[in-house]
Every structure is written in C-alpha cells, then in structure tokens.
Design a binder for this molecule. Structure first.
Ligand SMILES: *Cc1c(COP(=O)(O)O)cnc(C)c1O
Length: 420
C-alpha cells in the first residue's frame, strides 16, 4: 500500500509487497499461536480472580501485597511452573539472571553452559572476564562451557559426558548476537531428557529472554527448573516500565527471592509502588504484542532476502524467539540500516544513532531504538556489534504496520546512500 506519509523508493514498495505475499501462510500460523497464548493468559487472570485491588500498589515494606503475589501466580500458571518472582525491582534481564545464579549456586558448585558463551553482560557476572569484583568465580563457583557445534546445535554427546555431578546446566534459548539458530522447545525437550538421564538432581536454567510466548509452550513445561527474562522484552508486553522475572520450581524461586531481598524475608517483602497495573496489563497484552514483533521479523526476513541478503532465520523457518539477524556485510551498511530503523521509531525519530562502547559489551555497538520505555527491545529496535560478520539483529515492533514501516525505512536509508 502506498500512503502519503513516507516517500519510499518504488523498488522498496514492490519488494515489500512481494515479501508480505510470501509471508501470508506464516502469518496465519502465527495467528494460531496468538490465539492460544492469549487464551492461556486470560484463563490465568480469571482463575486467579484478578480484580481492581490487585492493580493498586503498596509502599514501605510491601507486606501482603496482593497484586504482587497474585501476579506471581498468574505468571507461574501461564509458564506451567510452581512459582515465580515477577518484580519491577529487577533493573534488567541481566540482573534477574545474576540474581538467579547467585541465588542457586554455592561455593564449589559448577555451572555448565551448554550453549557456548552466555550473553555478553553475563561474562563479568560469572567471572569469565574480570576478577576481584564479586563475580561468581570470586565466590568459588566454577564455570565450564560446551561450545556449540559448527552447525550451531548443542553438542549433546559432550553434554552427556560433562553434566554428571554439576549443579547447574545453563542454556540460552535465543540466538543473542550470533547467527546460530535459537533453541526450539522441541530441541530443548530432547536435551533436557538426556541431561536428566545422567544427572537427575541437576538444576536446568534457561535464559528465556526474547522467547516468551513465541511458541505455545515454555521451557518450564518441558523440564527446565528455572527460566529467566526481562519485562522490557516479551512478557512486559511493551507496557511494563521496567523489571524482570524468574519462574520455576518453588525451592529455587525461594532461593532467588532470598538473594533479591534478604534471606528469610524473600518474597514476603518488596513494595510494588505503582507498578502492578503496568505489569499486569503488559503480561496480558504480551501474547499479542509478541506476535506483532514476530510478524515484523518474518517480514524483515522475507524482504531483506528479496533484496539479496543472508537472513537468519528465513521467513518460513520455525521461530522460537523474536530476533531477526541480517548479514549486511560492512560497518557502513550497519550504520545506514540503524539510522533508518531510528527514523521509524515513535520516540526520538529525529536522533541519529552512533556506535559506542556500551558497558558490559566487548565491541562497540550501534543501537537504534526509540521506545516508550527506555531501552525496551520488545519495541522495534536494532543492535549491531561492530565486528565480523557485520550483521544486524533486530527485534520488536509493538504493531506490525509500524514495524513493517521501520524495516522499509531501514532499506530506504541504505538506498539513499547507494548501498542497497
Ligand atoms: C536481553 C538479554 C539478556 C539480558 O539483557 P538486559 O539488557 O540486561 O535485559 C540476557 N540474555 C539474552 C539472550 C538477552 O537477549
């Protein structure tokens, strides 16, 4: 469709329309997931008898905060697990992940990552980089890692050999800043069964960032003990203003709560202030918003493939996170792409993004984002570390029509610099 609002190049409009046509079947599949997960969430609200009073907050210690406690129940029902810790007090996904690792692991324990190196911001938390700063390693917690195989899959044989006796097996569901496939629920199930076969007391932890509600099942329903994520990604539905969650087995959630607040008080304290309503509403909207984001990614995949680029995953591939990787090939294209995405943001569309040394990341990163909640990557955003293979990772899009427009503006920006 041509509108009077943006002056797209003719070829961009043609390719976008073609891309949308070939995505039709995929979009229909996504609608089925949208319906399924939306009903799941609605049922949980209803079963937990959420009322207006749950939406109000507490102050001070936050004893007996009904809204906070029931939200934990709604989330654990939807994720098919015993308990959850859903808190605005988590400052980020990294904080929730760090809380879980410090909460569950003890000196002498081993954490075994089986999806290669964890997300960049966790390297210092674990003590893979830096020391003497209070990392897990400083506290005598061991770390080992099994790299992914050449084709991006988990080295199951090695996992089976190495997971005996370890306290924690750790996986990252999403692709992060790599071009590997994300781990599907089916794949995880197979891995969990093998791991349990040799170590039935192991704690299986999944970094679930970007994965929530992309499939109809969550990792906790197929054998994961603990899953962790951010509320300015999928499960916050673009409404939650900040926060994160940890969900899973009750005994682990209690340990995590002891780490977040204090040993003994755990989940009993923590004023929700005015945050309950936005967390409830965001979680309620999440299955819908996540599918808008996935549609945006699917469109971007088809569109950029038509423009001649390698894309990860392809538009027709099975998805288990909201991320789309596009290999652009050089720094200049990354910058032009991100400038275009920025132009498609509702907030700060006039800003020109530049690469910078972001805390916690090892290479300069360029990020395009103009979000209602600062840094929210359930809203259309693109990140590109300036390193080989010069790929951009994009995610989010709280409505498909605006997400699609942002993607087209990225192409337009490249076109205007004769880079397309
Ligand atoms: C976003 C993300 C995290 C946590 O990052 P924050 O920016 O701290 O929320 C961890 N792991 C993965 C895979 C992520 O995508």
């Amino acid at each position: 469709m041509i509108t009077p609002f943006y002056n797209f190049d003719k070829t961009i409009i043609e390719k976008a329309e073609k891309a949308e046509k070939i995505c039709k079947e995929k979009f229909d599949e996504l609608d089925v997931i949208r319906h399924y997960n939306s009903q799941k969430v609605l049922r949980a609200f209803s079963d937990n008898m959420i009322s207006e009073s749950h939406l109000l907050g507490t102050t001070g210690y936050g004893y007996g905060d009904r809204g906070r406690d029931s939200l934990d129940n709604v989330v654990s029902q939807c994720f098919g697990c015993e308990d959850a810790l859903v808190r605005h007090n988590f400052v980020s996904g990294t904080h929730a992940l760090s809380t879980a690792l410090f909460g569950i692991l003890r000196p002498g324990d081993t954490m075994l990552s089986i999806t290669g190196q964890p997300y960049d911001t966790l390297l210092e938390v674990i003590g893979i980089s830096g020391s003497g700063n209070g990392s897990l390693r400083d506290f005598g917690i061991n770390y080992s890692q099994i790299d992914l195989l050449e084709d991006g899959s988990v080295d199951i044989e090695k996992v089976v050999n190495m997971c005996k006796g370890v306290k924690m097996v750790y996986l990252q569901r999403s692709r992060g800043y790599s071009l590997r496939d994300s781990l599907s629920i089916d794949k995880m199930k197979e891995i969990f069964e093998k791991v349990r076969g040799v170590n039935d007391s192991v704690c299986i932890v999944v970094d679930n960032c970007y994965g929530e509600f992309v499939e109809i099942t969550e990792p906790t329903q197929i054998g994961a003990d603990v899953i962790i994520g951010s509320l300015i990604k999928n499960p916050g539905g673009a409404i939650a203003e900040t926060g994160g969650y940890i969900a899973g087995k009750r005994k682990y959630i209690e340990l995590c709560a002891y780490r977040l607040t204090t040993v003994g008080t755990g989940k009993e304290v923590g004023a929700s202030l005015g945050q309950n309503k936005s967390m409830y509403m965001g979680f309620f909207l999440s299955p819908n918003v996540v599918m808008e984001a996935v549609k945006t990614s699917v469109f971007a995949s088809a569109f950029f493939e038509l423009l001649g680029y390698d894309v990860f995953p392809k538009f027709s591939d099975h998805r288990t996170d909201i991320i789309q990787g596009i290999k652009l090939g050089n720094k200049e294209k990354l910058v032009a792409f991100c400038e275009g995405i920025q132009k498609g943001a509702p907030i700060d569309s006039f800003v020109v993004p530049e690469p910078w040394d972001m805390p916690g990341y090892s290479d300069p990163v360029i990020m395009a984002a103009g979000a209602f909640n600062m840094g929210a990557s359930i809203e259309l955003s693109a990140d590109a570390p300036l390193r080989d293979p010069f790929a951009v990772w994009l995610q989010g899009g709280i409505t498909y029509p605006t997400g699609r427009t942002g993607i087209m503006l990225a192409a337009q920006s490249m076109k205007e610099k004769n880079m397309l």
